[in-house]
Ligand binder design. Structure first.
Ligand SMILES: NC(=O)c1ccc[n+]([C@@H]2O[C@H](COP(=O)([O-])OP(=O)(O)OC[C@H]3O[C@@H](n4cnc5c(N)ncnc54)[C@H](OP(=O)(O)O)[C@@H]3O)[C@@H](O)[C@H]2O)c1
Length: 414
């Protein structure tokens, strides 16, 4: 880890005299543990524990230590807390939840070139990362982060990356939407839906969306030309014309049926509700993955021959190109996710309760504000972070390809 060791930065120590600088270097030097929200078991919001002495792992060469200023609560966080993905995550409890982050670079691995200490960054962890961002200090790889536009606050920035990367992956990487195409976003009132509308509008596509009545103004402002209120009308009657791509954020049989009906031949149907994780949770990895593969392939073949369309289970992936485009668009004010309410990290249970019970309008992300430094003990050991390292003792490198992990991810499991 650069800068954490005094011996690696002798020049900096000799030439800087500001008290603030020394203070900040000192802080970086001793951060080996911090506060983090962990789940020791699956369950309701009551299982969330704010611990004060959680290890900060040693950085790999391509990793960045980020001092969190704000993190967002995604549906994945509450689902993981409740046991979604237990086939993978159960042996790894306690877990730290959280995907999105906005903060400052506290330290970088030896090969990191894009970021410097103190730089403001935002980004999102891969869905299967084990050490999440609900912590004073989070570890992300270089390609999971980008520079935070100065025009955005940390709270605003932290609401964007996970949702926008999910939308980007579907529309830009899978369907490869181009100017003039027609895009349908099912569920445009949510964070992913809203990001999808904004990305498609920025690509000069014509966007239709379905959403609740309270979201109509918002989706129109985001760039939707037509908004169909699913709470007030029959969306099958309300949607007009055919589409080149449909992103279905709801992914129930009814929205799938309607979406496919409205696709042009050669169009792409993309659901965010791939079944890989739920099937592996139910049947275990060994049986669940082949079952999920069989279901996906069957649907792909079936829809290709019956409707001439491409069928996908789509999912968030960290993508440097996507993150770069999202940064540029958010800097230009073209991608923004509204934030209704923020909570201090000490109120993480209340925040999850509100999300679960939808006390807060569901279209808004709730943000956990992290306000203070958590400093502590000497480092003990680094934790391995990602799925590839979780599937057996023989897996020593998190970059090592692991068949079940790859399959699970290909199938769209979170
Ligand atoms: N596969 C992946 O990698 C991936 C990644 C991210 C998210 N997801 C999943 O995608 C879903 C959306 O995520 P999100 O972050 O956008 O959630 P979110 O911000 O909580 O939004 C959910 C929204 O869905 C809308 N909605 C509910 N029922 C609807 C219906 N029948 N028709 C149209 N809209 C409906 C509501 O909008 P209104 O307020 O307008 O009613 C609600 O605000 C979640 O299930 C999440 O788990 C999957």
């Amino acid at each position: 880890m650069q800068i954490l060791s005094r011996t690696t930065t002798p020049h900096t120590f000799k030439t800087c005299h500001s008290y603030e600088f020394f203070k900040s270097v000192f802080v970086r030097f001793i951060v080996t543990s911090c506060r983090a929200v962990v789940i020791p078991r699956f369950g309701g919001p009551e299982v969330l524990q704010l611990r004060s002495d959680v290890d900060v792992p040693q950085l790999k060469p391509n990793e960045v230590l980020v001092r969190a200023r704000a993190v967002s609560i995604n549906p994945l966080d509450t689902r993981m807390r409740s046991g979604y993905g237990r086939s993978i995550f159960e042996p790894l409890l306690p877990l730290i939840l959280g995907r999105d982050i906005s903060g400052e670079v506290a330290a970088v691995g030896n090969s990191v070139r894009s970021f410097g200490i103190g730089q403001e960054v935002f980004g999102a962890l891969h869905p299967t990362a084990v050490r999440g961002t609900y912590a004073d200090y989070a570890v992300l790889s270089e390609d999971e982060l980008t520079a935070k536009p100065p025009s955005l606050t940390h709270v605003e920035a932290s609401a964007i990356p996970f949702a926008a990367l999910t939308a980007w992956r579907a529309l830009k990487s899978t369907a490869r939407i181009t100017e003039g195409q027609r895009v349908l976003v099912v569920g445009g009132g949510g964070a992913v839906g809203l990001a999808a509308i904004q990305l498609a509008a920025a690509a000069r596509c014509h966007v239709t969306t379905t959403c609740g009545s309270q979201s109509i103004d918002r989706v129109r402002e985001a760039g939707a030309e037509q908004a169909v209120d699913y709470t007030a009308e029959d969306i099958e009657l309300g949607i007009k014309g055919k589409f080149d791509a449909v992103l279905d954020t709801i992914g129930v049989p009814e929205t799938e049926r309607i979406s496919i009906k409205f696709l042009k031949r050669g169009g792409h149907y993309m659901t965010l509700q791939g079944e890989a994780a739920s099937l592996t949770d139910r049947y275990g990895l060994a049986a669940g993955l082949p079952i999920a593969t069989a279901i996906l392939v069957k649907k792909q073949i079936q829809y290709r021959y019956s409707h001439g369309i491409e069928y996908w289970w789509t999912y968030m992936r960290a993508d440097p190109d996507g993150l770069d485009e999202i940064r540029r668009l958010s800097e230009a004010g073209k991608v923004k996710i509204p934030v209704e309410k923020t909570f201090p990290i000490t109120q993480v249970r209340e925040a999850h309760e509100a999300k679960d019970k939808k006390k807060i309008p569901a279209a808004n992300l709730e943000i956990l504000g992290l306000h203070t430094l958590g400093l502590g003990k000497q480092r003990k050991s680094g934790k391995r972070l990602k799925l590839a390292t979780l599937l057996g003792d023989s897996l020593k490198s998190r970059n090592r390809p692991v068949l079940p992990a790859i399959l699970w991810q290909l199938l769209g499991g979170y």
